[in-house]
Design a protein around this ligand. Structure first.
Ligand SMILES: Cc1ncc(COP(=O)(O)O)c(C=O)c1O
Length: 403
């Protein structure tokens, strides 16, 4: 009998690759184990600690016995806090029954596409995009429709591009503002212009990933604010990971029409069930506790942003625009492509350039192809100033050695 291997992967696994970021961190771990002195500017998490009052709330929750299963949709208290925060920060009103809490915004996005996509359904994703988006859409049976943006439009999708990308199979427009990896921030008028297009296409929903909402260096706006008339086909995704430095607590959420939210709850009920009870208590403390730390941390990110943009733009071969949010810069390295390192290696692509930075100077950054935009690299500035200064010096040295 000609049997297939027992542990063969399902066909859908063809659309799931090992993330470029994981690949880099494996390589840096290997080099570090060999004793190399490395600086990683490749991860997407704040270097700040989780605030003390949040830790304290988790401690109390644990001791008070909040250690049992929680409702699949999240605790009523956290869903209330999320609604209160949406009211406070954006002046938009949702009921707790319109909120589902999951194990990070990533799981929420997975549930959302799992619950809504049939084979061949299309999701419009502006590139550069967060590396996970197309993979999640594909694994959920959908077809990512990548729309390349330009520096001319601030790396944001334009209304004309959106119009051209919509087909009868389009199910969602996925917008991330402020964006990973570019820091692009859609203004209220830019969102309004996109909403105007969508008003002509009632079969298209909006997924608005607002996880970097509190790290915006100019005025933050939301589809929820500019297009309340589209609320019946809009889902806002967010979480505590980035703003409150709580990446490891794994709490994210979606807010949207109740029936649709119920389908996300149904999917979650068959996978992880309710998110961690202690982490949910911690998230309440983050949302309801003092908010001034958000401004303080944003200012710290701003200072680092200015440092990194200035230094990178002074490096021969690199040029970068100024991000308006999040904690990444996404410089072009087109001028370095084609150049040769001292050992004779030619920089054919930005991947070679990243390997060169890592091997010659021990600095890890992420190649743009991970974000659908070759010819660029992503540099995170969620690191202490002295780490950034040292890393930028090394990048400059590596670039000066190219010829
Ligand atoms: C744009 C974007 N959305 C969502 C997430 C996921 O966040 P979480 O930690 O809540 O899963 C990330 C994390 O890097 C992100 O960059």
């Amino acid at each position: 009998m000609n049997c297939k291997p027992a542990l063969r992967p399902a066909t859908r696994m063809k659309s799931v690759g090992l993330s470029e970021i994981v690949r880099i961190s494996e390589k840096t771990n290997r080099l570090r184990a060999e004793g190399r002195d490395l600086i990683t500017l490749s991860t997407g998490e704040p270097d700040f600690p989780t605030p003390g009052h949040v830790l304290e709330a988790a401690n109390i929750a644990m001791r008070q016995g909040q250690t049992r299963y929680t409702p699949t949709a999240g605790t009523q208290e956290l869903r209330q806090s999320i609604c209160a925060a949406a009211r406070r920060d954006l002046n938009i009103n949702y009921a707790p029954s319109q909120v589902v809490v999951g194990t990070g915004a990533k799981q929420i996005l997975f549930n959302l596409f799992m619950a809504s996509l049939d084979p061949g359904d299309e999701v419009i994703i502006p590139a550069p995009y967060w590396t996970t988006y197309p993979d999640i859409v594909s694994v959920c049976g959908g077809t990512p429709v990548i729309v390349r943006t330009s520096t001319g439009s601030g790396m944001k999708i334009t209304p004309d591009q959106l119009t051209a990308a919509i087909t009868p199979r389009t199910r969602w427009l996925l917008v991330n503002s402020p964006a990973n990896p570019t820091g692009a921030l859609y203004s209220a008028s830019e969102l309004t212009a996109l909403a105007n297009v969508l008003r002509h296409h009632p079969h298209v929903g909006i997924v608005s990933d607002e996880i970097y909402q509190h790290i915006a260096f100019a005025s933050f706006s939301s589809f929820g604010v500019v297009a309340p008339d589209l609320a019946d086909r809009m889902v806002i995704v967010s979480g505590v990971s980035k703003a409150y430095a709580m990446t490891g607590w794994r709490i994210g959420w979606a807010i949207g029409p109740q029936n649709f939210i119920n389908s996300l709850v149904a999917i979650q009920g068959q996978s992880t069930s309710g998110a961690c009870s202690i982490a949910q208590a911690a998230a309440i403390a983050a949302l309801e506790g003092p908010q001034d730390l958000l401004e303080e941390r944003k200012q710290a990110f701003l200072v680092r942003r200015d440092l990194v943009v200035k230094e990178l733009n002074a490096v021969q071969g690199l040029s970068c625009t100024v991000p308006d949010g999040a904690f990444y810069v996404f410089p072009s390295c087109h001028e370095a492509i084609g150049q040769r390192a001292a050992n004779g290696t030619v920089m054919e692509t930005e991947v070679d350039f990243c390997n060169y930075l890592l091997e010659s100077e021990g600095v890890a950054v992420v190649p743009g192809r991970a974000f659908g935009t070759p010819g660029h690299v992503r540099v995170s500035f969620a690191y202490a100033r002295q780490t950034l200064v040292e890393a930028l010096g090394r990048i400059r040295r590596a670039c000066e050695m190219l010829e």
